[in-house]
Design a protein around this ligand. Sequence first.
Ligand code: ADP
Ligand code: ZN
Length: 719
Amino acid sequence: MIEKSPNNVSILVPRAVDQPFDYRVPDTMELDLGHVVQVPFGRETLPGIIWGAAEGDISPQKLKSIQKCYDLPPYTPDFREYLAWVAGYTMAPLGNVLAMTLSATAALKAEPPQMGYIAAENPPDTTAARQKVLSVATTPATTRELAEKAGVSPGIVRVMVKAGLLIPTPLPERQVPPVSVPSPVTLSGEQESAAATLAAEVTKGTPGTTLLEGVTGSGKTEVYFEAIDAALKKGKQALVLVPEIALTAQLIKRFRKRFGETPVLWHSGLTPAQRRKTWRALATGNASLVVGARSALFLPYPRLGLIVVDEEHEAAYKQEDGVVYHGRDMAVARGHIGQFPVILVSATPSLETLYNVQQGKYRYLHLPERHGTAELPDIHIIDLRQHPLPTDQWISAPLQAAITDTLARNEQVLLYLNRRGYAPLVLCRACGHRFQCPECSAWLVAHKRDGQLLCHHCGYNNVIPASCPSCGTTESLTPCGPGVERLEEEVRKHFPEARVAVMTSDTTSETDGPDHIVEDILNQKVDIIIGTQMVAKGHHFPHLTLVGIIDGDAGLEGSDLRATERAYQLLHQVAGRAGRAHLPGQVYIQSFCPESPLLDALAHHAREQFLEAEQSRREHTNMPPYGRLAAIILSGKTEATISQTARELAKHVPAAKGVRVLGPAPAPMFRLRGLYRYRFLVHATRRFPIQKYVQQWLDHATIPSSVRVKVDIDPYNFM
Ligand code: ADP
Ligand code: ZN
């Protein structure tokens, strides 16, 4: 219970504040730490969480009172500790972290209970049909249920209600008991032993993080299902995090098959009603298993006992807006503070995670083989210098031949190109004019299907004009480079008989995933799939045997710290789509630079060799995971103010050992959504207290209110 000053408490509200505020507890309320209440705050009425005893620095007369307490389990001590830790780590206001937990305010109130009916006491003698209804109406049930049970028409039941023979009564809230359908698969020896280890950790509640590594198709999902099963059997809640993009109908189906109706989904595409229902089910503990995007880490589970982070290496786990955090890292912290196990799952674990395994901080389990007869695909590199592409075409002769062969065998082809739209750039052949976004430092991408020029950063769009806006020449505008739409044109020209499907975020809706295309592919109604990274995740297509990677050199340009690591992961993942069942797979990668260590390692399935090179490069430059980074991004509407503030900040860089500050420099995306941007990069040794340092620095500088300062600890985006 709350000790000091029992009538007053401090309450944290979901606003940009660092601390809780004192409130009075009305005599009629019995409250405990963590309870969700409603309070007046300035001119607003807000939900808040009882955070501690009152600080007592406001005179009692001025204290405002708590208005009401919601009928919800209190936020647990470990959840509150976690929120405070996240605020400290990410340098975000504590109230903003709390706001992420109250993402469905409508869910705070219980829905009015649904009404049903029971038999009135001592009913008068009545007809046989009515007697039958009365005899089944011993527990509350709906009109339809009563009619069904008694074998009468609903009309009879309704008449009985009117006559007062049936009395309205609230229906009990339906609980979804956790179910697990016995696993239909018999695990192999290695799978079994990994599953048993994980399940035992969950059952015993052993805290700590385990990396479960295994190539695509090795059965990692089957293995972590066993851990979830153990959590549910223990009465705990389990959270499975997936990168949003991987939240596919196929994956959900697998969860349903194994755990019945138990899993609930949490992602940005939920309707307000679904959000409300899911939040409440999880916060009350009525739902036990959630499959969700990173924001599911901030739901107030009353009895969380396991987190699984699937595809832990995915950059999509990084939240870039608002509270800037990495979902995987927060999951590990959540488990550490809550003292329960966390499982990180990947075919290509991040260097950060591998480092923690090497340091003995994480446990390690490995599934070395694909399940059953499925073999790793053969990987061929096509040297585009030897097989030059005809003008405005992107499929080389060897890849074309391989596609022809595959189609002749009635097997499926995937062509991978991570570029939405028709062409990444449009220019005027007469004057050289290029179409740029007026709000961002970026070229506009041509989308032929919609006849639009589109900015992929801010969504700015414009119709493709008939003549050049700069020199007025007609028919001079030329698309440059390939996008999936353009590739589709080429495919249809070469393979007019083939059935083609394009899978990108443009052709598939975000909320229900690319369901119908996936169904068509599974039912062999599609021969050639053209896709962006959307197809790389989570899909299992048994008839897909050929993967063609159009641009094997993509993603390597630029100075991004993790560019090569990410390129390897993506290519590996896409390649892993080929030959996952009984049919052997072939992968063709087109490249102008086949001798690159990255492609060489991929072609020879020599991941170790690639990792060693990448690790030693990072170690030599003291880059993560060997060193630490933080980015400070200044942005604002006026260029002069931003550059001046940046220079001003540079003057106040504190001197310290083990750290240096790079910048200020105009960001590579100098303009983004109409704002000008400058960046600093703080580079420190691994143990350096980087947050404290940055805080000290910012505290000493005066920053105009028109300048936005974003602090990004462990940045993944360097644009
Ligand atoms: P991963 O998560 O490593 O990609 P999955 O768990 O999705 O691998 O397994 C790939 C496919 O092989 C799935 O369809 C899965 O049901 C099947 N599978 C894996 N292990 C077994 C097993 N021991 N017996 C039968 N099917 C299995
Ligand atoms: Zn833009």
